[in-house]
Ligand binder design. Structure first.
Ligand SMILES: Nc1nc2c(ncn2[C@@H]2O[C@H](COP(=O)(O)OP(=O)(O)OP(=O)(O)O)[C@@H](O)[C@H]2O)c(=O)[nH]1
Ligand SMILES: *[C@@H]1O[C@H](CO)[C@@H](O)[C@H](O)[C@H]1NC(C)=O
Ligand SMILES: *[C@@H]1O[C@H](CO)[C@@H](O)[C@H](O)[C@H]1NC(C)=O
Ligand SMILES: *[C@@H]1O[C@H](CO)[C@@H](O)[C@H](O)[C@H]1NC(C)=O
Ligand SMILES: [Mg+2]
Length: 395
């Protein structure tokens, strides 16, 4: 009994001391009390208001968040598995730091399985806008009944032998077909007009200090990209034939003033394999939901190449955009600096990069590499390439 009372006295005494200490230290910013530790060489510059200790984050940082209701009818969208959590977490952090923390757009996550609680907990904590989680209906992630499963299995075997990347994967094929023809029809996506696709493990290197969705709407753009390149021929041997069958059956969907000569060097006879890389896209969902695009997708789907070959959603989207949009409706976001393994888009021009706090190495820029389709894009658009691009060409 006596013992415990003594302990109690000690504890009370210790508490009083702690409280006293707290008061003394919190009032020590005043002129006297404790001698402040200063480095004579620094000459007080640590506390000098004109010289803050870190780089001032002024000037080109994003503008204030748009007023409530001032946002566009738009969302980020990600297709992912639960196992992609920590890689998509990195991508979200990049998007938020460089753009969305000021704009707070929503983010839709889609999966062929149910998202687990950890995935939802972590992603909803990272995204500054609302998050929504959707499960893909089985009909949109399975073999359609018109596909011959034995034939598809043989192809996977052959592609495995030939060491074609993802050549033997069933899920990769479902993914490509889903991104080609279904994601924009998911019930959660029907609420929106614009989307920005984000994949796991991507990076954004520069501040984006305006709203790209707003830009798309104001300038009547429907589809956009940051990287373009040539597709692996082995994955799409008959894609162009299927496209030609479609254009013959539906000439009404082919638009005058389109970008056919970006896809083809001989007025449509053959495909040169140029495509926009679809792991980054900002686009208009109502265009993808249009009769023109759906007729196109259904036609390609019935041709069977998602399973009998390994058609990617990138060439599928790109060919649609280049044939069924006017070339003015397609936009190259030179100012959105981006990485998805193994390619980087780092904006040409040092002034821009410094103003926007870019952290990409300009030597990594893929734009003027011989395997990029960007030069051809500039030619077809009849536009000058950015000043200084020759100097930043990859060795
Ligand atoms: N839910 C779900 N998502 C998938 C599946 N396969 C791929 N994805 C997602 O689909 C997108 C594209 O898949 P990736 O594996 O990134 O394909 P890729 O970009 O061609 O190839 P790498 O990124 O180089 O591996 C990513 O957002 C993936 O998270 C799957 O089986 N289920
Ligand atoms: C400290 O600053 C004063 C006033 O600006 C200056 O005269 C003095 O030379 C400086 N001393 C050192 C050590 O930098
Ligand atoms: C957003 O766009 C979708 C698709 O066009 C539309 O159905 C929805 O009503 C729009 N929402 C708002 C708030 O305008
Ligand atoms: C294109 O149509 C022709 C004639 O119907 C058909 O034989 C061919 O298989 C089709 N090509 C593709 C890739 O679907
Ligand atoms: Mg990827």
């Amino acid at each position: 009994m006596a013992n415990s009372q003594r302990y109690l006295r000690y504890i009370v005494f210790a508490l009083v001391c702690l409280i006293l200490l707290f008061f003394i230290s919190s009032s020590s910013s005043g002129p006297s009390s404790w001698p402040s530790i200063t480095n004579p060489a620094a000459n007080g510059s640590i506390t000098s208001p004109e010289k803050p200790p870190t780089t001032p984050n002024t000037g080109s940082s994003p503008p204030p968040a748009t007023a409530a209701g001032g946002r566009m009818n738009a969302t980020f969208v990600t297709l992912a598995r639960n196992s992609d959590l920590w890689e998509i977490a990195k991508s979200i952090r990049h998007v938020e730091d460089r753009f969305n923390r000021k704009f707070n757009y929503d983010w839709v996550f889609l999966n062929d399985d149910d998202f687990d609680d950890e995935f939802k907990k972590v992603t909803s904590a990272l995204v500054s806008g609302k998050t929504k989680y959707g499960r893909i209906p089985t009909e949109h992630w399975s073999f359609p009944d018109f596909i011959d499963q034995d034939r598809a299995a043989k192809v996977r075997e052959q592609m495995k032998e030939a060491k074609i990347i993802y050549g033997d994967s069933i899920s990769y094929r479902h993914m490509c077909r889903y991104e080609s023809g279904f994601f924009f029809r998911h019930p959660l996506m029907l609420d929106y007009e614009w989307y920005w696709r984000v994949e796991p493990s991507v990076e954004f290197f520069c501040d984006i200090d305006y709203d790209p969705f707003q830009y798309m709407a104001d300038n009547k753009k429907k589809y956009s990209f940051v990287l373009s390149l040539y597709e692996y021929v082995e994955t799409i041997p008959t894609l162009w034939d299927a496209v030609k069958n479609f254009t013959k059956a539906h000439p009404e969907h082919i638009v005058e003033g389109n970008m056919m000569n970006w896809l083809s060097d001989d007025d449509g006879k053959t495909y040169n394999h140029c495509h926009f890389w679809s792991n980054f896209e900002i686009g208009n969902l109502n265009w993808l939901r249009s009769k023109a695009y759906l007729d196109y997708f259904n036609s390609l789907d019935h041709a069977g190449g998602f399973f009998y070959e390994r058609w990617g959603d990138a060439p599928v989207h790109s060919i649609a955009a280049a044939l069924m949009l006017k070339k003015e409706e397609i936009h190259f976001f030179n100012d959105i600096a981006y990485y998805h393994v193994p390619f980087t888009h780092c904006p040409t021009g040092e002034e821009y990069r410094l103003q926007h706090k870019c952290h990409c190495n300009p030597k990594d820029n893929f734009d003027w590499n011989g395997y990029s389709c960007l030069s051809r894009y500039y030619e077809v658009k009849g536009k000058e390439k950015p000043a200084g691009y020759e100097k930043e060409q990859q060795q």
